[in-house]
Design a protein around this ligand. Structure first.
Ligand SMILES: [Zn+2]
Length: 440
């Protein structure tokens, strides 16, 4: 019996606190409200007419300079990452973050005040299962500033982060699995740190009126300045992990995977969230909406089986939908969870093996060879493959369009075919296949 699914959670009830906004220095009150299933996390601007809300989604990302800003229409909320990290890491899937200003109170520069608030009201299970993003293939993003984020498959949500300052000063590394307990103990108390040279111009321009040594650690040369001593010897890397969690929350699904981050920042974090959201969109796209043509232009399964000797479980073409010319055609393979290879590739993470896609290409190309030879006495044997690339995972529910084109047929003995597989208008694999003709 499958394990019962993890459920979505929201807050037990409403609670709030007041503090200073970092950029304006004004007083702001923040309240966290429970929200129904599938609501996600939304910010509400109580100070504006009609109290507009903004979805905490990567599509709404506006700027990533120093902090993460989201917006819809003309409405903005700044510095959302710490409250998002706290909600997400403490297991809250659905909530409204209500504020009477354009950014949350900065508190002590960590996620601690938000965790305290969530702790006070508790987290309650809801009736619908949680939405996850399972990493099936590596996703990576980088930036010119040397940030690198790699997302690898993993059963849990883990982050391994290396942080380093100018001239490799304060190089710190930390790797952990994110559970609410670990987040609360190891990550939430880690405060924002800034470099004096970066904030000096902002202070001069009066752009961070709420900033002080009470809500940030200031690094000036070798010196580390803050009102309260460091909470961890490696507080900087912990805060970087906090920011990654907050920025990745914009995916709107819980990532099951391992984030390996080197010198991360909001821009790179946002790029990773965008890449994950794009992959999720691709996966959940409706497989095929148009009717797959049949009839005189192609071959149905009976006709395919008259040509190809392959049988279950090795016949990788359901239908040939069109012959563009004598040397070019498109086959279709509908991939279902019942494919025998999914039992072992991989249990719990069904991905179509790349070699099966190459086999599908070879079978479609063989049909072209057969038509070319116009004889059943000779058969094309698949000999070798060049430049094979697997670009995207093929999953149950996908329909693969297998394109094959004969590019060369030297004499009577050798033939070459350029092939590629397409799912949802995206090339998922490709390769150049060589065949040799032999008498049956
Ligand atoms: Zn931060």
């Amino acid at each position: 019996m499958p394990a019962s699914p993890e459920l979505q959670h929201t807050l037990g009830k409403t609670s709030g606190f007041s503090g200073t906004a970092l950029h304006t220095g004004e007083k702001v009150t923040l309240k966290l409200h429970p929200a129904p299933v599938d609501h996600g996390i939304k910010f509400r601007r109580k100070d504006l007419q009609d109290e507009p809300t903004i979805d905490a989604k990567i599509e709404n990302l506006k700027t990533v300079e120093r902090a993460t800003t989201i917006g819809e229409g003309p409405v903005r909320v700044h510095t959302v990452e710490h409250v998002l990290a706290a909600l997400w890491a403490m297991g809250v899937d659905n909530a409204i973050v209500e504020m009477d200003a354009n950014e949350p109170p900065i508190g002590d520069g960590s996620a601690q005040p938000y965790v305290d608030l969530i702790r006070k009201v508790g987290v309650t299970a809801q009736e619908e299962p949680r939405k996850f993003f399972d990493v099936r293939e590596t996703i990576h993003v980088g930036s010119k500033t040397g940030a690198l984020l790699v997302l690898l498959p993993d059963d849990k949500f883990r982050i391994s982060c290396t942080q380093t300052g100018p001239n490799n000063q304060f190089t710190q590394f930390l790797s952990l699995e994110l559970t609410p307990a670990i987040f609360e103990r190891e990550i939430a108390p880690a405060r924002t740190f800034v470099y004096y040279e970066d904030v000096k111009p902002l202070m001069d321009k009066n752009l961070i009126k709420g900033g002080s040594l009470e809500n940030a650690i200031v690094v000036r040369g070798e010196a580390v300045l803050s009102k309260e001593p460091l909470r961890f010897a490696d507080e900087f890397v912990r805060h970087k992990i906090l920011d990654i969690i907050g920025d990745l929350a914009l995916v709107g699904r819980r990532v099951r995977g391992h984030v390996v981050a080197i010198k991360p920042g909001h821009a790179a974090n946002a790029d990773l969230a965008r890449a994950v959201a794009r992959e999720q969109k691709r996966r959940s796209a409706v497989a095929v909406t148009r009717a797959i043509p049949s009839g005189d232009g192609g071959l149905d399964i009976d006709e395919v089986m008259q040509i190809l000797p392959h049988r279950f479980p090795f016949l990788m073409v359901d239908r040939i939908i069109s012959f563009e010319t004598e040397t070019k055609c498109v086959g279709v393979k509908t991939v279902t969870i019942n494919e025998p290879f999914f039992q072992g590739h991989f249990p719990g993470h069904p991905v179509m093996p790349g070699v099966m896609q190459v086999e599908a290409m070879a079978q479609v190309a063989s049909i072209l060879l057969f038509k070319l030879a116009k004889s059943t006495s000779r058969i094309g044997y698949f000999m070798s493959a060049d430049g094979v690339k697997f670009r995207k995972p093929v999953l149950p529910g996908d329909t693969i369009f297998i394109h094959a084109e004969l590019t060369k047929s030297r004499g009577e003995r050798l033939a070459k075919a350029k092939c590629y597989c397409v799912v949802n208008d995206t090339v998922v694999s490709e390769g150049e296949l060589m065949f040799t003709f032999l008498d049956k």
